[in-house]
Design a protein around this ligand. Sequence first.
Ligand code: CP
Length: 302
Amino acid sequence: MKNFLTIDTLEKADIEALLTRIEFYDEKLQDKSWTGNALKGKNVLLMFFENSTRTSISFETAARKLGAELFSLNMQSSSTKKGESLLDTIWTMEAITKPDILIIRHSEYGAPDYIADRVDCAVVNAGDSWRAHPTQALLDAYTIKKHKGDIEGQTVTICGDISHSRVASSNIKLLTKLGAKVRVVAPPALMPQKFPAEGVETFTNMDEGVKDSDIIMTIRLQKERMEKSLIKSDSDYFNNYGLTMERLSLAKPDAVVLDPGPFIRNVQIADDVADHPEKSLILKQVANGVPTRMAVMERAVS
Ligand code: CP
């Protein structure tokens, strides 16, 4: 059993092996009726203590496609509302469902690692606080590789609320390991003091940061993690940091746009950029979440 908790413990060769398996499953999934058996006889338990659309549904889809038995807990109607502790809820679900893999999302920093030390199954981090979202970074890397052919040498510019973003943090680590040149663009109030990898270029001016980029990744304002408002207004933020077609034209002519979602139209990204048929890879990213999570869960039980 192998946990999948952060990007930190992955070597470049591990990431490349995962990218190869993601490609394998991506090709299989082109046939809508295809199903695999890598998780046949295995139980997968999903515990999402924080809201999710993309991550939860793609884990569910991936588990079903690989033949797993799937269990989940509806947090809104669960006894967590009566004050049960995180660990007691997890142990209760573990006793009932006997999982081989536990997929967990939680707002507390390090919750998946804390749980991984206390359960008898592989644990996969589906996002904790602003710390880590390793499967999102992996599917982003796969999306870049599939579109550009390679990641090494690409200039990837991550724009927005960097200081509260687990996606930015995991992407900075993973893309740096794979040899991309990583830039970040953020207002001073949303720019971290330090970064989880060497060589990250920082910009507080959006036009300067976007210039000559190969890939631009926009990141939502994570207002749920701000103790007080750190921007003047959404419209002021859009004027200074929103990705518009005009700003996108400063990037390389073949530049493409990613956003992990959920994205807020006309705050971090303009409608015509988000919906652009060639430039926007946003729905391709979402689709790539399924083969990515298939590869991660296969690894978890290997
Ligand atoms: N990107 C992402 O984690 O989206 P969800 O919150 O919808 O899962």
